[in-house]
Design a protein around this ligand. Structure first.
Ligand code: 5RP
Length: 258
């Protein structure tokens, strides 16, 4: 792997443990002012010290995040749809020039396998990988799930493997039973899980714990952290699972601590 690519990746994923905790706050690009992100800057500030990387759009960064932060940015460079329309109708919205200007450590887009615009979203990922190869910037592929898709190991394994074969350097997907199969489908490419819709804290921590146990490299969590009644406790708890192999019980105690 080229030096720059390796260097950027190692800022996101610990090269020794291969683990990482990403904080996802890019929801506004199709969900608008999501609960918990209305003032994105205020939400992110107390959480950032505990995150290994921040997943965000360029507008999110420029409007709410001080340029002095020292965390690697995973820049969401796709969009073009909203929750009111077909979700898979996504295009690349941000140029590689702007990603470089922003000093992104990685770029990311979603891939909608089995959805109406499947081919276009795979082509978006291919464009990102080609740009990334040119400039040494790794790509995180997000396997977004269309409304009718069953989130099982067979489907998510298919979606993740397509991302890997297209050249993604990291894959983000959803947790499911038999997650080992999904991890296996990705070979050496690190897999992180999204948190998904807000669920009860213990259940979210259990999901993170199960994902790590099944071979995931970490989590790229959003709503289950910033929509929690104790967001700082929740990110610390998720961090303990990802980096310290904490049990669900230990992590839940960390979440509870105010
Ligand atoms: C949307 C995304 C979001 O960043 C991600 O889903 C957010 O994480 P969470 O589901 O944990 O709120 O990639 O496609």
């Amino acid at each position: 792997m080229e030096w720059g690519m390796k260097n950027r990746l190692s800022r996101i994923i610990d090269p020794k443990s291969r683990r990482c905790l990403m904080l996802a706050v890019d929801h506004g690009y199709f969900q608008g002012p999501t609960t918990g992100l209305k003032n994105l800057g205020e939400t992110v500030k107390p959480l950032l010290p505990y995150a290994d990387a921040l997943m965000i759009t360029r507008g999110g960064l420029r409007n709410w995040i001080p340029a002095e932060i020292d965390k690697p940015v995973i820049l969401r460079v796709s969009g073009g749809q909203s929750i009111l329309k077909e979700l898979s109708n996504e295009v690349v919205t941000t140029s590689i020039d702007d990603a470089i200007r922003i000093n992104a450590s990685a770029i990311t887009c979603s891939v909608y396998i089995g959805s109406e615009y499947e081919k276009e979203t795979i082509a978006n990922l291919a464009d990102l990988v080609n740009w990334g190869q040119d400039f040494g910037i790794p790509v995180l592929a997000v396997t977004a799930v269309g409304k009718e898709m069953v989130r099982d190991a067979r489907y998510l394994g298919l979606a993740c493997r397509i991302c890997v074969e297209t050249g993604a350097h990291m894959v983000k997907t959803y947790y499911c039973d038999g997650f080992e199969e999904v991890v296996e489908a990705c070979g050496n490419v690190p897999v992180v899980i999204a948190g998904g819709k807000k669920i009860e804290e213990r259940a979210a921590l259990e999901m993170a714990h199960n994902a790590i146990k099944s071979g995931a490299s970490g989590v790229d969590m959003g709503r289950n952290i910033f929509q929690s009644d104790n967001p700082v406790g929740m990110i610390k708890a998720a961090r303990a699972i990802v980096h310290d192999n904490a049990s669900v019980e230990e992590a839940f105690k960390i979440y509870k601590k105010k």
